[in-house]
Design a protein around this ligand. Structure first.
Ligand code: HEC
Ligand code: HEC
Ligand code: HEC
Ligand code: HEC
Length: 211
């Protein structure tokens, strides 16, 4: 039942997601994609991440094999919170960006979709900055639960997160994920920051931080 609703939701949103710029972005991994990592013949765009059937329990009708890699989480003595092992959307992003899984490894296919310019096992090549790897100590903390007690203990955090446009924030379970800053469907809002949620850098940060 829930799956059917999500499927209808995906169809309803299809137009708006396409109107954003997944087609004109490096996340168009089909043969018509704009980056050099793209399929040799597959024409479907959404299939690399979603399908209406055969999907995993990870959410968003997820169609990609997900990583089981254990990451080194962000830790600093100044942190009041604790970054957990990847969950939510972060886990979905890392299913390609940790570099351990083939880009074309979608569910229900005996062989991954054939891709150009990938590593020996079909992954994002290690030489690229986009291969984030399993060491997240240099990335903003993700899979961090953002709670009122955390915000109150840190004079630089706002409670609750405040974005008048309701684009930036935590996920439905209250976690800060990769998607706090990045929109995987739209690379057109900022010409400086990739897949950025807002037109400027600061507009993202001030949702949660005060300086
Ligand atoms: C490179 C991966 C990727 C591709 C390609 C992609 N999506 Fe997504 N999509 C995601 C992720 C990740 C989420 C979960 C976002 C979240 O939890 O905030 C998502 C969520 C969604 C949702 C749920 C609502 C939302 O925005 O959170 C819809 C609807 C959707 N995608 C539609 C599409 C359609 C239609 C296409 C093809 C035109 C597409 N997506 C292509 C990664 C992708
Ligand atoms: C199905 C595989 C896949 C998934 C899932 C995926 N990506 Fe990507 N992403 C790619 C590929 C391939 C590229 C292009 C890499 C390159 O050209 O070096 C890319 C590029 C990027 C870039 C850099 C764009 C640029 O112009 O340099 C960002 C930022 C990014 N992805 C963020 C995300 C985030 C955040 C998520 C989760 C919400 C996500 N990706 C999910 C495959 C994926
Ligand atoms: C607090 C905001 C923020 C969060 C959270 C975040 N990123 Fe980024 N990301 C950035 C910024 C800013 C850049 C551009 C870096 C630059 O231009 O030097 C970037 C760049 C990237 C790139 C392009 C390669 C590079 O290093 O320039 C990828 C891929 C990427 N991010 C993926 C992810 C993934 C996957 C996650 C979750 C594990 C994530 N990001 C979480 C802000 C964020
Ligand atoms: C959705 C909320 C959210 C957004 C958006 C966000 N952050 Fe954060 N940020 C947090 C949380 C939560 C922490 C963990 C704070 C703690 O535990 O002390 C954090 C931690 C940090 C830290 C590390 C602090 C430390 O003690 O090591 C820095 C630096 C930072 N954020 C900068 C940024 C920048 C720059 C941006 C915008 C590009 C940004 N953040 C966007 C919620 C957010």
């Amino acid at each position: 039942m829930k799956k059917t609703i999500v499927a209808l939701f995906i169809i309803a949103l299809y137009g708006s997601v396409l109107a954003g710029s997944v087609l004109n972005s490096k996340h168009n991994l089909s043969v018509s994609g704009t980056g050099d990592i793209k399929a040799s013949s597959e024409t479907r765009v959404c299939i690399f991440c979603h399908s209406s059937h055969n999907t995993s329990s990870e959410g968003a009708l997820w169609n990609h094999e997900t990583s089981t890699g254990k990451v080194k989480t962000y830790e600093r003595s100044t942190m009041n919170s604790k970054a957990e092992q990847p969950n939510g959307a972060t886990k979905l992003c890392l299913s390609c960006h940790d570099g351990t899984i083939a880009i074309g490894a979608v569910k229900g296919l005996p062989q991954p979709i054939k891709m150009n310019n990938v590593g020996a096992n079909g992954e994002i090549p290690l030489s690229r900055k986009t291969n984030v790897g399993l060491d997240l100590t240099g990335t903003h903390p993700v899979s961090v639960k953002y709670e009122q007690s955390l915000a109150l203990a840190d004079s630089h955090l706002k409670w609750p997160p405040q974005d008048p446009e309701k684009v930036v924030g935590t996920d439905a379970d209250g976690y800060v994920q990769c998607t706090a800053c990045h929109d995987p469907h739209d690379d057109s809002k900022s010409d400086r920051y990739p897949f950025w949620n807002k037109t400027t850098f600061d507009a993202v940060c001030v949702t949660c931080h005060s300086y």
